[in-house]
Design a protein. Structure first.
Length: 361
C-alpha cells in the first residue's frame, strides 16, 4: 500500500495545484499574463482525482483493521470515528460540488466561475489539511499550519505549472512577472513559517528528525528548495532584465524548470508524509536506512544529534559549490537539461555534506 499511497499523494498535490493555478490565473486580467489554453478536461480530471487519491489513506487504515472487524464494519468505523475518514467524507462532498460546478458553469470569461471555483478548492485544501499528521496531533494549530503550507505551495506550483505547460506565447511576460514575483515571495514566506510550526508539532527536533525516514524526506525537500530559489531569482530578476533588453527572449523553458523542481519537492513530500513523524527513542529499528548508510549500526538510546566539521564535510562543501557554479554557467549557456542535472548533483553533495558531519551522542 505504501507505493500506492505515495503515487496517490503525488497526484493529489498535482490535482490541487492545477485547480488552484487555473482558477487564480482566470482571475488575472489578460494584460497581466501570457495567453493561456485553459483545459476544462484537465480541471475536471483534477477535481475527480482529489477524492480518489485522498481515499488511499482511508483505505490503508481500513485494510489494517479489517482482519479483526471485517471489511464493511472497518470501513464504516473509519469514516465515522477516525479523523482521516471524516475529513475524507468532506473532501468527497466538496469535490462532487466542484465537479458539477465545472461541468455546468465552465467559463474562461466569467469571473464568478473563477471566484466560486477558488472558494471550493480552498474548502478541499482545508479538508486535506484536516486529515494531516499535524491536524491529528494538534487539531487547531496543526490544521491551520498545514492548510497555509499546502495552499501557499499549491498557489506557487499551480501558477507556474499552468504557465509552463499551457502558455501559448510569452506576451505580457514582464507584466506577469511584476505581480507573480510578489506572489511567489509571499508563498515562500508562508510556506517557511507554516513549515516551522508543523516541524515543531511533528518532530522532537529538526536535526534529530534526520535520523528517521520522515526527517530524511524533510531534509531532502528543503535542500531542493535551494535550486528552486536560484531559478526563482533567475525568473524574477534576470529574466525580467533580459526581456527588457530583448523582447524575443523566451523565458518559458526556465519557468518549466522551476515548476518541475517544485513538483519534485511535492513528490518528496508525498514520500515522507507516509512515514511516522516521531519516535520515542532512536534504535536500529526506528532509524532511517539512509541514515544508517552513513553511520552504520546505531547504539540504542542515543539522545542527541550534533555536528562536527571533518575532512569529508569540507570536501563535499566545495563539491556542492562547484555544482552551484556549474548551475550558473549552464544557465548562461541556456542549457536547461544540464542545469537541472547539476541542480540534482548540488542537492546530493549538500546532503552528503550534512550526513557525514553528524555526530551522535
Amino acid at each position: 500500500m505504501s507505493f500506492l499511497n505515495i503515487i496517490s499523494q503525488v497526484l493529489l498535490y498535482f490535482s490541487v495545484s492545477v485547480l488552484v493555478g487555473s482558477f487564480i490565473l482566470l482571475l488575472v486580467p489578460n494584460r497581466y499574463r501570457p495567453d493561456i489554453h485553459f483545459s476544462k478536461r484537465l480541471m475536471l480530471i483534477s477535481a475527480i482525482f482529489i477524492p480518489v487519491c485522498a481515499f488511499f489513506s482511508v483505505l490503508d487504515i481500513v485494510l489494517y483493521i479489517a482482519p479483526r472487524l471485517g471489511l464493511l464494519e472497518s470501513f464504516t468505523l473509519v469514516l465515522t470515528s477516525y479523523t482521516v475518514g471524516t475529513a475524507w467524507s468532506f473532501t468527497l462532498l466538496a469535490s462532487i460540488f466542484l465537479v458539477l460546478f465545472i461541468i455546468f458553469t465552465y467559463s474562461t470569461e466569467k469571473k464568478s466561475f473563477a471566484y466560486i471555483g477558488t472558494l471550493l478548492t480552498l474548502g478541499i485544501i482545508l479538508t486535506v489539511a484536516w486529515s494531516s499528521h499535524a491536524g491529528a496531533m494538534q487539531p487547531s494549530l496543526g490544521i491551520i499550519s498545514d492548510f497555509i503550507h499546502l495552499l501557499a505551495a499549491s498557489v506557487w506550483v499551480g501558477i507556474l505549472l499552468i504557465i509552463a505547460l499551457f502558455s501559448k506565447n510569452n506576451q505580457n511576460w514582464l507584466a506577469f512577472l511584476d505581480w507573480f514575483s510578489i506572489v511567489a515571495f509571499g508563498c515562500l514566506t508562508a510556506t517557511f513559517l507554516s513549515g516551522i510550526v508543523m516541524s515543531d508539532i511533528l518532530t522532537d527536533g529538526y536535526v534529530k528528525s534526520w535520523t528517521i525516514s520522515y526527517g530524511q524526506g524533510l531534509l531532502v525537500k528543503h535542500l531542493f528548495l535551494l535550486p528552486v530559489l536560484f531559478y526563482a531569482l533567475i525568473n524574477g530578476v534576470i529574466v525580467k532584465y533580459k526581456l527588457r533588453k530583448d523582447d524575443r527572449f523566451n523565458p518559458i523553458p526556465w519557468v518549466r524548470l522551476e515548476s518541475f523542481l517544485l513538483f519534485i519537492i511535492f513528490a518528496i513530500t508525498a514520500v515522507y508524509t507516509q512515514q511516522s513523524p516521531q519516535v520515542s527513542s532512536l534504535t536500529n529499528e526506528t532509524i532511517s536506512p539512509l541514515f544508517r548508510l552513513f553511520h552504520g549500526t546505531i547504539i540504542d538510546g542515543v539522545q542527541s544529534v550534533g555536528f562536527a566539521v571533518n575532512a569529508y564535510t569540507v570536501c563535499f562543501f566545495f563539491i556542492a559549490l562547484l555544482f552551484l557554479g556549474l548551475m550558473i554557467l549552464t544557465y548562461k549557456k541556456a542549457s536547461h537539461l544540464a542545469s537541472f542535472f547539476f541542480s540534482c548533483l548540488f542537492v546530493l553533495s549538500a546532503y552528503i555534506m550534512l550526513m557525514v558531519s553528524i555526530v551522535l551522542r
